[in-house]
Write a protein that binds this ligand. Structure first.
Ligand SMILES: [Zn+2]
Length: 577
């Protein structure tokens, strides 16, 4: 617990010392990476080595050029395996480099690079040249990467290779073994030519490695270290953060930096989520919340099984397997039990102890990244543990296809999603719908590809899902509200209508159900943020997450008496679940 306090304090109270320490820790880090050519005339081209730099950055969890991580194998879900994907980008998505409509954002990105370089005393002319080369290189990578839609299909992209096959199928010149063993040596794991791994972006890796081998060293070093720099600007003094703010305003519509304490909470939760979770749960998650959530889940799962029994488009064979899968879904609520065990919790963060000092903010952040990297690479030494994967304070929920698991952290079992002392209709409308949503993910266009044990196998007759190309989140939203409403009606039969809200007596509990549903997605987008949400987000923008499912739901129109054919009650309604 002291460590959480220390991590948080160094984040929060050291605003002054961040200013005092200045940029020395950053420049020290650059030296470890062989210097940042864009700002450092002492960069040595002859000494530069791409693999060394990629490895050095990977050890700080910076996965540039190749996104690598260890997790459950889609085709053998009890086995942890290394997986390789295309990288993400400095701008929100690849489209920002390729489409004219994002010209303003791309220019802001270029200016951001130039401003940072000149901030560190590069000449304007050199900075402009370096920035142009860097963006040209990144645009090439954007061009050869897959769109979000293309990466969605796990079956189409999955390739299992041995390391030897990386040489034969992707690049014979890229030094795969030196790259992989470069970072896996920190957990004493050695790849050989026969070691298997999973590749999700074969085409990208072919083109990327080819490009890297023919790109000037200066451009590669600038690009990789630029991406690291961009990730760390928030940990540096105010003067450089002002440059970042200009960029954030244009690209994300951010008008002012969030308060420092908010960033501190994010960082501390990001690095030590389970320890923060222990403190959070003690204060904000009564045992009762867990049992009430379990009750709701059980009702909503019954409603979903009811749907599985009745939807006309499932054939009997698929219906039976789907029911088996539903029965096998594992529920994880609130937090993992082990965080209540002090010994285990201390063990968990052992790697951080001794690396956090109260006067070294930037160094602490970098040490925490290193810890996180080691922690995750170690998975390769163990079989898959189907543990609670989110930090307890997380305000989100998810379905895991490889674990066939639904997870509701303590953070989402709070208002406005859930409350102990409020009308039950509000809980069904809000968290109930989220529960139905997550269950539906197990049976949407993506979830249906995984069987009850989380393996990517074909158990679904293709004919039954023909023509259903809708994104999985929309399927889950449309299904989620129906299942929760069914469960709510069932609850009403057993326990009565439920309470109304004082002062709002004209709204019945059934009205309130839908109000709570809509209210939980309340949001006010700035135009730039809406653009990012549309291009990048897996969810539809929030207003459509409300209007779409309600317009598709008969019962909503009954309760609110919407005229048939009106915008909220169209004659033609869509449904999967
Ligand atoms: Zn979802």
């Amino acid at each position: 617990m002291d460590l959480v306090q220390l991590e948080f304090d160094t984040e929060l109270t050291l605003g002054k010392s961040i200013e005092n320490i200045g940029y020395t820790p950053l420049h020290d880090t650059y030296k470890k990476f062989g210097r940042f050519p864009m700002i450092d005339p002492d960069w040595n081209e002859t000494a530069f080595d791409t693999i060394d730099l990629m490895v050095a950055l990977r050890l700080y969890n910076n996965k540039h050029l190749i996104n690598s991580y260890v997790s459950a194998d889609y085709k053998n879900s009890s086995n942890n395996i290394l997986q390789l994907r295309q990288q993400d980008f400095g701008l929100p998505s690849r489209e920002y480099y390729l489409k004219d409509q994002y010209a303003t954002e791309l220019e802001a990105y270029r200016q951001y690079i130039v401003d940072i370089a000149t901030f560190f005393n590069s000449s304007k002319v050199d900075a402009e040249t370096d920035a142009a080369d860097l963006i040209k290189f990144e645009t090439y990578l954007a061009n050869v990467s897959q769109s979000k839609a293309e990466t969605r299909d796990p079956a189409a992209n999955y390739m299992k290779y041995t390391v030897s096959e990386l040489y034969t199928n992707i690049s014979s010149e890229f030094e795969w073994l030196r790259y992989l063993n470069g970072f896996f040596q920190v957990v004493n794991y050695t790849f050989t030519n026969d070691t298997e791994l999973v590749v999700h972006s074969t085409e990208y890796l072919i083109k990327m490695t080819e490009k890297v081998l023919s790109t000037p060293k200066r451009v590669l070093a600038n690009y990789i270290i630029w991406r690291f720099t961009m990730n760390r600007v928030s940990n540096l003094p105010k003067s450089i953060q002002e440059i970042e703010a200009k960029f954030d305003k244009i690209v994300y519509g951010v008008q002012s930096k969030p308060a420092r304490w908010k960033k501190c909470v994010d960082y501390t939760n990001g690095f030590m989520g389970m320890a923060v979770g222990r403190l959070f749960v003690a204060k904000h998650f009564p045992e009762e919340a867990k049992s009430m959530a379990l009750d709701m889940i059980s009702g909503i799962r019954k409603a979903f099984t009811g749907l599985l029994n009745t939807v006309p488009w499932l054939n009997d064979k698929t219906r039976e397997v789907a029911k088996e899968k539903e029965e096998a879904i594992v529920e994880k609520i609130g937090y993992p039990e082990w965080i209540m065990n002090n010994t285990r919790l201390n063990e968990e963060y052992k790697g951080l102890l001794g690396n956090i000092a109260d006067d070294k903010y930037f160094a602490n952040t970098v040490a925490s990244l290193r810890y996180l990297c080691n922690y995750e690479l170690k998975y390769i030494l163990e079989p898959v543990k189907r543990e609670f994967g989110a930090s307890p304070p997380t305000v989100n929920a998810y379905y895991s296809g490889t674990f066939n698991q639904i997870v509701f952290p303590a953070g989402i079992l709070q208002p406005p999603f859930w409350g102990r002392d409020r009308p039950i209709s509000l809980n069904y409308g809000a968290i109930g719908m989220v529960i139905g949503h997550e269950i539906s993910h197990g049976f949407d266009d993506r979830g249906r590809l995984f069987d009850k044990d989380g393996n990517l196998v074909k158990w679904w007759d293709d004919e039954v899902m023909n023509g259903v190309n809708t994104q999985s989140e929309n399927i889950a939203d449309n299904g989620g509200i129906k299942q929760s409403y069914q469960a709510f009606l069932h609850y009403q039969k057993k326990h009565g209508q439920g309470e109304v809200l004082p002062g709002l007596e004209e709204y019945t509990p059934n009205h309130l159900f839908f109000i709570a549903f809509a209210q939980q997605w309340c949001v006010n987008y700035r135009p730039q943020a809406l653009k990012v949400a549309v291009e990048e987000g897996v969810h539809s923008p929030s207003m459509y997450r409300v209007r779409g499912p309600l317009a598709n739901f008969e019962e909503f129109s009954k309760v609110y008496k919407c005229k048939s054919g009106s915008s909220m009650n169209p004659v033609k309604k869509c449904a999967v679940w």
